[in-house]
Design a protein around this ligand. Sequence first.
Ligand code: G2I
Length: 459
Amino acid sequence: MTRPRTTVVALAAGLLAAAGAFVVLSPSANAAATLGAAAAEKGRYFGTAVAAYKLSDSVYSGILNREFNSVTPENEMKWDATEPSQNSFSFSSADTIVNRAVANGAKVRGHALAWHSQQPSWAQNMSGTTLRNAMLNHVTRVATYYRGKIDSWDVVNEAFADGSTGARRDSNLQRTGNDWIEAAFRAARAADPAAKLCYNDYNTDGQNAKSNAVYAMVQDFKSRGVPIDCVGFQSHFNAQSPLPSDYQANLQRFANLGVDVQITELDIEGSGTTQANSFASVVRACLAVTRCNGITVWGIRDSDSWRASGTPLLFDGNGNPKAAYNSTLSALGGGTNPSSSPTSSPSTSISPSTSPSNPNPGGSGCTATTSVNAWNGGFVLTVKITAGSARINGWTAGLTLPSGSSVTNTWNATASGTSGAVSFTNVSYNGGVNAGASTEFGFQGTGSAPTTTPTCTSR
Ligand code: G2I
């Protein structure tokens, strides 16, 4: 992300100085309990595809805010969504995702500027120079609109044919001339010089005729100075298309051409240990390739997937982390997942500086611990509520925000206010917690994060 941050930093520093409480959060103490934080410790991002219409679902957005530090709009940036009639642009759905990501300090992968699929009907009916110019105008206008906000663009998506030919995929775009791909990359570079420009495809995850053809194209682009910075490997795996044994080697040979590599749409059909092991293998491959920037899964919960029946994602339909989540976090070098291991201490909890022997002075029957993800000017605090030796039927966590800080967004709880002393009470579905079990809520804030342990009062 290359967005200028001077104003935000200066503002936050001013607020903190005025409050007389500049808290420095140690990355090692806070980093590894979520996918995004663990990936960040490895110099990488962990992202997900996001659907704008699901952001009002608090379970969905709660997991999104907690776990992921990169997003890819699943459909909202495609040609049919952004230019429904020629030269009339529609960015509102994509903006919802992008603005939220920018506010949260998350990266955005733009997907996708030029693709044979999901073209608006007016473009589907075009050909030749008219289509070429319309495509280049689209690339220019969309990349210009989002200039400075996109980490990486899928400039061209899925332009090669499956099978053994190594040929380009036949499409209306391909029929405008073989140079349509490099023309799209040049237009994207001119529109947003800071974004990384990627070629993205599927069935290119191992060495095969299709990936060899992409490899040859990238090699040719690099030799001729066509602007390309990265190759995206979608990595949609199932029994018919399993994780190839040469996955890491294939990523590495592309990296050796002088481009970054990214895992862009990961999902692996299956369940249990087999699925968990495959996710861990993908993570290990990315970590072993220096130029692998990060991993994006293609959705959050199984029910969010484009192939939901294959249960290919890291969270189940209720938003609970699966074995695949734990293996992914572990392969990233992350710690215990707080929400799946209620009896262990989260590695990221902040010790109270004042009363270490009495972490929850306000209540009995429950305790609260926190983990924080902070950046200049903002933070996300995840609070874990753990019931004591008896079941509880409701809970309220209380904490005082530092002066100048305020709550902007809460999930899985209702906040009593936005600044100063704020209490957070359970919502309808998470008040009941069995003895020794836990539930989580979280909130996003501006300013600096609270550093004291919240009180917990049960009902
Ligand atoms: O097919 C999986 C992915 C393969 N690589 C490129 C990705 O862009 C692609 O994503 C999927 C989305 O996950 C689906 O959500 O792309 C599909 C379209 O090619 C998306 O499906 C579309 C449906 O076809 C439309 O009927 C629907 O209106 O989703 C739209 C929005 O829900």
